[in-house]
Design a protein around this ligand. Structure first.
Ligand SMILES: *Cc1c(COP(=O)(O)O)cnc(C)c1O
Length: 377
């Protein structure tokens, strides 16, 4: 059996080596490392794939979130609601812009932001909600958009983990996640579902005016060369990364299917066990692209299980071990422990297993057998 990787970028690269190499060679041949034709081609390719009116490439997923918030002209002290159980980038940019982050609990079955918790957190100062489609599964966008409309709030989707997932509305219509809110951000960090070979990110919107603003902000606030109308940043996707993404984007649906297939195999082997809760599949249509495959371990020693797996050379990880409301940088006297029952429980129960496009049946069997062996002993 091949050594098991948490993410197997090498195996994936081997299968598309020629296309990727040609794409990179083209950049080297034309010497346009910044804003080369590959970047505008990628922008168009991704707009078509997502059915989004505007894609604005940028340097990484954290910048994408920050720039999205800058373009909405939120004022210091205004409140932005986001999930307590996510990667820190989401809350970090809210705080950086001197907005007030308001962390709320998640739903225990989907790991995604709780609609009831959002409702309780809305105040007259609330200006935006940032749902994170955590681990590849869409947040309950229909309910979130409903609340946003009712309270006149912006919705910024953090789509770093769910690119390619479809969300199905109650009327049966589907949209790609990241095209439902007012604006969305994504990351092309190498291990993401669509990863480049360095840093990369993008912002999506269907709003022409907002898109224009975003294009200026990523480029030093310039709309006309050397005229700086707003305070901007320097955030670019470089041509080599765009070339890699052009080579990989046609495979994204296949990659996501491969992840879903692996998740299904894990679920089949592990569901029904008294100590395991397998991740929910497709709460809203085919909405889960399994950026992570995350189990909950109940009435058993999760950390000892982790050690058992590591002793057998099976990589695994805890995403995320500490709720954001307990992180030193984001402490706030308004938070009470009893407001975060799901997050506080999840940080003790979750364990993420190897998840990527190259998992073999033999590897999945070894992983699931090893988990069951530990829990049944
Ligand atoms: C990866 C990630 C980001 C940040 O993306 P970078 O490209 O690493 O800056 C933001 N939010 C979430 C939920 C992520 O998983």
């Amino acid at each position: 059996m091949k050594k098991i990787q948490m993410v197997d970028l090498k195996g994936q690269y081997e299968k598309i080596k020629e296309t990727v190499n040609n794409s990179i060679q083209e950049v080297l041949d034309t010497n346009t490392y910044i804003n080369g034709p590959q970047v505008s081609t990628f922008q168009k390719n991704l707009e078509n794939y997502l059915d989004a009116k505007h894609v604005i490439p940028c340097a990484n997923g954290t910048d994408a979130l920050q720039i999205a918030m800058m373009a909405l002209d939120l004022k210091p002290g205004e409140e932005v609601i986001t999930a307590d159980f996510t990667f820190a980038a989401t809350v970090e940019v809210i705080a950086l812009l001197q907005l007030t982050p308001v962390l709320v609990d998640v739903e225990i079955d989907s790991f995604n932001i709780s609609i009831d918790a959002i409702k309780k957190a809305i105040t007259p100062k609330t200006k935006a909600i940032v749902p994170v489609h955590l681990f590849g599964q869409a947040a309950n966008m229909e309910a979130i958009m409903g609340l946003a409309k009712e309270h006149n709030l912006y919705v910024i989707e953090d789509n770093a983990q769910a690119i390619g997932a479809n969300y199905t509305f109650a009327d049966g219509s589907k949209k790609k996640v990241g095209t439902i809110g007012h604006v969305a951000s994504t990351s092309f960090f190498p291990s993401k579902n669509l990863g480049c070979y360095g840093d990369g990110g993008a912002i999506f919107t269907n709003d022409d005016e907002l898109a224009h603003k975003l294009r200026g902000i990523v480029n030093h606030g310039m709309y006309v060369r050397y005229h700086h109308d707003v305070v901007g940043v320097n955030s670019r996707l470089d041509s080599i990364q765009a070339g890699v993404l052009n080579a990989k984007l046609p495979n994204l649906d296949t990659y996501n299917t491969e992840r879903r297939t692996a998740a299904n195999k894990y679920n089949t082997a592990l569901s029904g066990h008294k100590n395991i809760i397998v991740p929910s599949f497709d709460l809203n249509g085919d909405d889960h692209v399994f950026h992570q495959y995350t189990l909950r371990i109940i009435d058993a020693d999760r950390d000892a299980l982790m050690q058992h797996l590591q002793s057998k050379d099976i990589p695994c990880a805890i995403y995320y071990p500490i709720p954001l409301h307990s992180q030193k940088a984001y402490l706030d006297t308004r938070y009470k422990e009893e407001d975060f029952p799901a997050t506080n429980q999840l940080v003790k129960e979750v364990i993420s297993l190897p998840m990527h496009t190259e998992l073999e049946d033999e590897q999945i069997k070894f992983i699931t057998d090893s988990i069951l062996e530990f829990l049944n002993k």
